[in-house]
Ligand binder design. Structure first.
Ligand code: AMP
Ligand code: GLY
Length: 421
């Protein structure tokens, strides 16, 4: 089969490396891919948001199946457009991708169906939002309604910060129209767990749990980033928590989407907080997480293409797959200055064996990979224990270099502490 994968980051590289293992896959195109993905797929210079060019490419090249990885094209309706041309695609239609693309919508949905989440109010008027935070309990969480590259969340410790946050989102339009509406919610405490789940709209099959490390610096200091590293499984996600999540969150969400006439097919990402009162939803994503995918897929035992197509066809219960009992650790190497501003164009040195290197931001210049983004790559290693996986990942990272490179030295530290307590 001929497959096209839309997107060009570390997540897409991990998806492509997993798809390549399927005996059914003859050829993979990446739109647009990147300098590292080029070793595993044919990169085509079409951006993930160029919907009509993507559809034309798929038609002209008789693509059998398209995997849409990033949030933007899903929210813009790429899966709908492809299906209209008779090309099956992995990912939700726009009507279901709203679960990520509007936080106000997803909060209201959770309220309607009794799915546990933080208490909240939504506002389309900055004055009313300002008034509300004068009395709200601190810290208070302010979120832009729409997509904001994972950066539209402000945790305000003071009223001053809260007012500033509302102003930047609603008045200065830091995230454009994504900030026309804000959700202001209660601050939840507890360990965070990411659970990605395959679903065909009827059956939901959670993947192995993981833990993201969102802040730029060690000890969870510094600015929020797209994610500086991940581990799997997440030690806070015990069997008891998993059972409760299935009963109170996963199944009710799938049912709710059906009842709303917005059947969700694809990968549904549950961002969870394990609070004293049980697990609560912090956010949904309508797609694989990045860099969660880089630890989850290396532990998958099964044919990713079969699983994806079963999600699209509504036959997920017929597919056999499981996850290894090993652990995985992914450490991300970023350009100095990320997530604010950074230089690009530095040559990247990699170890000889790149099988577990997921490239996020490089391009090829005269056959050499040079940095082209904030997050440049992730190194994932797996091992029977988390301790070994972490050590291996850091040893491999010693063989990676580029100018101004930085990475967190404590990926997995919190999980190890929890395990060894
Ligand atoms: P989101 O983009 O919704 O995942 O939010 C980004 C990060 O902000 C999350 O991963 C949490 O660490 C934090 N966060 C979001 N909502 C809350 C909340 N209600 N309480 C505490 N932390 C939150
Ligand atoms: N790692 C969080 C996300 O993909 O949104």
């Amino acid at each position: 089969m001929k497959i096209a994968v839309v997107g060009g980051g570390g997540r897409e590289h991990a998806i492509i490396k997993a798809l390549k293992k399927s005996p059914k896959v003859d050829k993979i195109y990446a739109l647009p891919g990147n300098g590292g993905i080029a070793a595993d797929a044919e990169c085509v210079d079409i951006g993930a948001k160029e919907l009509s060019r993507i559809v034309d490419f798929a038609v002209d090249n008789a693509i059998d199946y398209v995997v849409v990885a990033p949030d933007d094209p899903l929210a813009m309706g790429l899966v709908d457009l492809l299906e209209a041309k008779g090309i099956p695609a992995f990912g939700p239609k726009a009507s279901a991708a709203i679960i990520e693309s509007s936080k106000a919508w997803s909060k209201d949905m959770m309220r309607r169906y009794g799915i546990p989440t933080a208490e909240y109010r939504t506002f389309d008027d900055p004055g009313e939002a300002m008034e509300y935070v004068e009395k709200a309990e601190l810290p208070v969480v302010i979120k832009a309604d729409g997509l904001a590259l994972g950066k539209g969340v402000i945790i305000a410790e003071s009223r001053e910060d809260a007012r500033e946050g509302i102003k930047s989102i609603m008045e200065d339009k830091k995230f454009g129209d994504s900030g026309n509406v804000v959700v202001i919610e209660e601050f939840l405490r507890g360990p965070e767990v990411s659970v990605l789940a395959f679903t065909d709209g009827n059956v939901v099959r959670p993947m192995i749990s993981s833990m993201d490390h969102k802040r730029a610096l060690d000890g969870d200091k510094g600015l929020n980033t797209g994610g500086m590293g991940t581990i799997a499984p997440n030690p806070y996600y015990t069997q008891a928590v998993a059972d409760e999540c299935m009963e109170k969150i996963f199944l009710p969400t799938i049912k709710a989407m059906n009842q709303e006439g917005r059947t969700f097919r694809g990968c549904l990402y549950f961002g969870l907080m394990i609070t004293e009162k049980g697990p609560k939803v912090i956010e949904y994503n309508s797609r694989f997480g990045d860099p969660e995918t880089q630890v989850v897929l290396p532990l998958l035992q099964g044919d990713l293409l079969d699983i994806m197509m079963a999600c699209t066809n509504g036959t997920l219960s017929d597919v056999d797959f499981r996850f290894s009992s090993d652990s995985a650790c992914c450490v991300v190497a970023a350009s100095g200055g990320y997530p604010v501003s950074y230089k690009k164009g530095y040559p990247v040195t990699l170890p000889d064996d790149t099988s577990r290197i997921y490239i996020a931001g490089t391009k090829l210049q005269n056959g050499v990979q040079v940095t082209s983004g904030g997050r440049v790559l992730g190194v994932t290693e797996t091992a029977p224990t988390l301790r070994e996986a972490v050590d291996k990942a850091y040893r491999t990272m010693e063989k990676v270099s580029f100018q101004d490179m930085y990475y967190r030295k404590d990926i997995g530290a919190r999980a190890l502490e929890a395990l060894e307590k």
